[in-house]
Design a protein around this ligand. Structure first.
Ligand SMILES: Nc1ncnc2c1ncn2[C@@H]1O[C@H](COP(=O)(O)OP(=O)(O)OP(=O)(O)O)[C@@H](O)[C@H]1O
Ligand SMILES: [Mg+2]
Length: 223
């Protein structure tokens, strides 16, 4: 597996801005001249469409991709209920196989300069009875970007995630402070606290945006 071919975007939790930052990162890399594809290997919370289940995150990543890709390649595991992926898979009679994801990734990576892979939920989400998202990230050998949703509780989530990423032997390429509405008190102080405690660089502070689209988010990222 090629390393340094892209990024693995994880977050402190679900709903913290992984997709928003992944889209911004794709845009940022595209402006630098790279051909970029997005991938959401595992998605629960999908809607039925004529050609199969479709996930909103995967569709956005697909639209932002520089090269047209088959949906099933960028989202090999799609499940309807918005529940933990390994439970959704079990209910669908499917086992999430890391090798299937690795082979889809390799096919995507062969067509572009960079692949931005969005995780699901947080860092240590179970994917089957044995593997977690961390195992997938380790096999992909991609540098990790941690999106910290600046909410109350994020210091603990961010520090635990960074420790687990390092424990998995992966490089935390950096973290992004995403200022989500409604903002709690002391956001700046929390950002300063994380800056002093995380050894990885702060890649950007994304403010509360009216439209958190790819170009709007990209403006606040320095990768
Ligand atoms: N900086 C921001 N300003 C305003 N709204 C934001 C910002 N970042 C994200 N949002 C909004 O917050 C919601 C959650 O963001 P997003 O979907 O990117 O999170 P996620 O971590 O990818 O969630 P999931 O776990 O479902 O994949 C979305 O409605 C998004 O538009
Ligand atoms: Mg998302």
């Amino acid at each position: 597996m090629t390393s340094q071919h892209g990024f693995f975007v994880t977050g402190t939790d679900t709903g913290v801005g992984k997709t928003a930052v992944a889209l911004g990162l794709m845009h940022h890399l595209q402006v630098q001249g790279d051909r970029v594809a997005g991938m959401k290997p595992v998605a629960s919370g999908c809607e039925p469409a004529p050609s199969g289940l479709r996930n909103a995150d995967a569709l956005q990543l697909l639209r932002q991709s520089s090269v047209a890709m088959e949906y099933a390649l960028i989202n090999p595991y799609a499940f309807a209920p918005a529940i933990a992926p390994h439970i959704a898979a079990q209910q669908a009679g499917v086992r999430i196989e890391l090798d299937t994801i690795l082979s889809a990734y390799a096919q995507i990576a062969g067509q572009v300069d960079r692949v931005v892979v969005e995780g699901v939920g947080g860092w240590q989400v179970p994917l089957n009875e044995r593997d977690t998202l961390a195992d997938l990230a380790r096999k992909l050998e991609l540098p990790v970007i941690l999106v910290v949703g600046m909410r109350l509780g994020c210091l603990n989530h961010a520090l635990l995630s960074a420790a687990a990423i390092s424990h998995a032997g992966l490089q935390l390429a950096g973290w992004v402070a995403n200022r989500l509405p409604p903002e709690p008190d002391c956001v700046e102080e929390n950002i300063n606290t994380l800056e002093s405690r995380l050894s990885a660089p702060l890649l950007g502070i994304v403010p509360v945006l009216d439209t958190p689209g790819a170009s709007e988010t990209a403006e606040h990222l320095a990768v």
